[in-house]
Write a protein that binds this ligand. Structure first.
Ligand code: DNO
Length: 389
C-alpha cells in the first residue's frame, strides 16, 4: 500500500518536512481555499503539486473536492455547480492528480460530539456519544419532530444528559456538532442548520439517492476522459443524523452506487472507521466484493457501544479486524494490479501535543505517526506471511 498523510495545505503546522520524516511517501490534500462550488483552477492545482513534489512527496489523492449542498438537493444553481465540478475534475486530471475523494453526506460532514474523550492512558480520542447527540437535537436545537427519531430509552438518557450539562458544556456540544470539523464541509448556526436539515428531510432517501446517481452520471464520463478515479467516502457516522437521509452507509449502498453508473472511474474509499462504526458492516466481505473499485483507504479503528455510540480506538485496537482487513486489501491490490494509497485516519492526542493550539481534532502529528508506524509494521508482516504461503 502507498503510505499517505493528510496535509491541510501550506498553512498546516504539520509541514511537508515532518510528513516526510513520518515515512509517508504520498500526500492527501485539497485546495481548501477554494470555496465549495467554485472551479479548482488548473494553475493552482499545478503549483500546489509542485510544492509537494519539491518536498520529495507525491500528491496521490485529492480529499476532497466537496460537493455543494445544492447538487445534493438538486436545487438552486445545481446545474452550473455540476458543470463547475466537472471542470475541477478535468483540471485535476490535467495536473496529474488522478484520485479524487468526495462524499455525499447532506448538511453535516463527519460528526463527533466529544473531541477530547480521555482514554485510560490520558491521551484523547474523538467520540460520538449518541445520547449527547440526541440531547443536542431534541433539547438544544429543538428540531421539530426530533423526538420521533429516537427510542424512548434514548430520549430518557438524552434528557438526563441535557439536564446535567452546564451552559458552557451545551455550547461546546453545539460547536462540536455544527461548526464543522477539519476537512469537513459546512459550518452553521442554529437557525441556518434547521432550515437546511428540513430541506433534506423533505427530499428523503430516494430523492438523495437519485441526486447522487444523477451527479455520477454527469461527472463519471468526464472523470473517465480525464483519467481520474472518483472514490466516494462513506457517511460518518454511517447512520441518520437529525433525521437526515443517508445513502453511503452500508455494503448495499456501495453496491447500488457502483451498479448505478458502471465505470472503472466510479469507485470507493474504504474508510474502515466510518463503515466500521456499524456492527452490521462486514468490512472484509466489502473489500472482497468491491476489490477492483477501492481506490483509497482510511485505516482507522473504532470501539462500538451497545447504543450506537463509539470512540476512535488505537489503530490496531477496537472492533475492526485490522489484520484481516489489511490482508483483504493486499488481495485487492493484486486484482487492481497496483498499490492503493492509504492514510492513517486520525490519531490520538498524546501528552506532548496536548497544550498546542494548532492541532486539528483527529489530526495530531504524534498520534498519526504512531498509527502509521503500527500499520506499516502490520502491512509488512502480512505481506511477508502471504509471500511465504
Ligand atoms: C475526516 C474525514 C472527512 C472526509 C470527507 C471526505 O477526518 O474522513 O473529512 O475527508 O468526508 O469527503
Amino acid at each position: 500500500m502507498i503510505e499517505t498523510w493528510r496535509w491541510f495545505g501550506p498553512g498546516d503546522s504539520i509541514t511537508l518536512e515532518k510528513i516526510k520524516q513520518a515515512g509517508a511517501t504520498g500526500i492527501v490534500s485539497a485546495l481548501h481555499e477554494v470555496p465549495t462550488g467554485e472551479v479548482w483552477p488548473l494553475a493552482l492545482i499545478q503549483s500546489r503539486k509542485a510544492m509537494i513534489e519539491e518536498a520529495g512527496l507525491a500528491w496521490d489523492v485529492i480529499e476532497s473536492i466537496p460537493v455543494h449542498n445544492d447538487i445534493k438537493s438538486r436545487s438552486g444553481n445545481y446545474k452550473q455547480l455540476i458543470e463547475n465540478y466537472k471542470q475541477s475534475v478535468m483540471n485535476a486530471g490535467k495536473a496529474g492528480v488522478t484520485t479524487v475523494c468526495y462524499n455525499f453526506m447532506p448538511v453535516v460532514d463527519w460528526t463527533r460530539t466529544n473531541l477530547n474523550y480521555q482514554l485510560p492512558d490520558k491521551s484523547y480520542a474523538l467520540r460520538f456519544e449518541y445520547s449527547d447527540f440526541a440531547a443536542y437535537d431534541v433539547f438544544v436545537m429543538q428540531r421539530e419532530g426530533a423526538e420521533k427519531d429516537y427510542k424512548p430509552e434514548m430520549l430518557e438518557k438524552a434528557k438526563a444528559r441535557f439536564d446535567a450539562m452546564s451552559e458552557a458544556e451545551r455550547a461546546m456540544l453545539e460547536k462540536n456538532i455544527i461548526a464543522g470539523l477539519p476537512g469537513g464541509e459546512g459550518s452553521y448556526d442554529r437557525d441556518s442548520i434547521r432550515a437546511t436539515i428540513q430541506q433534506f428531510i423533505d427530499l428523503g432517501e430516494q430523492g438523495l439517492r437519485q441526486s447522487l446517481y444523477a451527479f455520477l452520471e454527469a461527472v463519471i464520463p468526464v472523470a473517465e476522459e480525464a483519467g481520474v478515479k472518483m472514490c466516494i467516502h462513506p457517511d460518518d457516522p454511517p447512520f441518520s443524523l437529525f433525521g437526515l437521509p443517508r445513502v453511503v452507509s452500508t455494503q448495499n449502498d456501495a453496491r447500488q452506487l457502483l451498479e448505478a453508473v458502471k465505470s472503472p472511474a466510479n469507485g470507493l474509499t474504504m474508510c474502515a472507521g466510518s463503515y466500521g462504526a456499524r456492527g452490521d458492516n462486514d468490512l472484509i466481505a466489502m473489500v472482497n466484493e468491491f476489490s477492483d473499485r477501492i481506490y483509497f483507504v482510511h485505516l482507522r479503528n473504532v470501539k462500538r457501544e451497545e447504543d450506537g455510540s463509539f470512540y476512535e480506538a488505537a489503530h490496531l485496537d477496537g472492533d475492526n479486524d485490522m489484520v484481516g482487513l489489511v490482508q483483504a486489501l493486499l488481495g485487492c491490490e493484486s486484482s487492481l494490479g497496483c498499490q492503493i494509497p492509504m492514510r492513517p485516519d486520525h490519531g490520538h492526542l498524546l501528552a506532548d501535543e496536548q497544550d498546542r493550539e494548532d492541532i486539528k481534532p483527529g489530526y495530531s502529528y504524534l498520534g498519526r505517526l504512531k498509527g502509521l508506524a503500527e500499520l506499516r509494521g502490520l502491512i509488512c508482516a502480512v505481506s511477508y506471511m502471504s509471500a511465504k504461503s
